[in-house]
Ligand binder design. Structure first.
Ligand code: SAM
Length: 165
């Protein structure tokens, strides 16, 4: 899939996972909403959960890279089909073990696995020392989400994990 990131530039540039992906030509960065192409937008505030059915939207996966402090609902003004990722835990050193608080590369990788692009997910995560850990930590839920038919099934699986929290 084509990977696109709306890049806000308000986070520490040295730790920014989207910049690193762009440096390796694995994602394209865009400085404005207008310049960001339409696609499946990874938005933690979205009402609908991402599922394999979203393959039908097309070949573009889009994330918004900004600090978590500024990642309020209003910031997600991009054109596209907005989807939230279901319960998954972060493996990055800043938010290790925290549910839903994923870096841009973790969110993109999770989206790719759910949309059936596991090899590409491994490629993007390979640029980070903790990348493989993300797939290990979330191996079971990711496999189950990728096996769902639609968003309702994904939410039903997610509810099992949330009940254990
Ligand atoms: C808030 S930014 C933080 C980025 C961080 N500065 C970095 O270097 O990776 C993370 C982005 O990943 C995506 N994301 C993270 N967690 C998500 C979730 N639970 N559901 C949907 N998208 C998510 C969103 O596009 C979100 O804006």
């Amino acid at each position: 899939m084509d990977l696109h990131v709306r890049y806000e530039g308000d986070d520490d540039p040295d730790k920014c996972t989207a910049r690193k992906l762009a440096r390796h030509d694995l994602a394209a960065l865009h400085r404005s909403d207008r310049a960001t192409p339409f696609g499946v937008v990874l938005n933690p505030h979205a009402e609908q959960a991402l599922s394999p059915a979203d393959r039908s939207v097309g070949e573009r996966l889009v994330a918004l890279d900004c600090s978590w402090e500024s990642a309020g609902e209003a910031r997600f003004s991009l054109a596209g089909e907005h989807r939230a990722l279901p319960f998954l835990v972060a493996a990055n050193p800043v938010n290790f073990g925290k549910p839903f608080r994923l870096t841009t590369v973790e969110a993109i990788a999770a989206g790719l696995v759910i949309l059936g692009e596991r090899t590409q997910a491994e490629q993007v995560l390979a640029k980070f020392t903790w990348g493989e850990t993300f797939l290990d930590l979330n191996a079971e839920p990711l496999a189950r989400y990728a096996d769902c038919a639609d968003s309702a099934e994904v939410v039903a699986v997610q509810d099992e994990y949330l009940a254990d929290e």
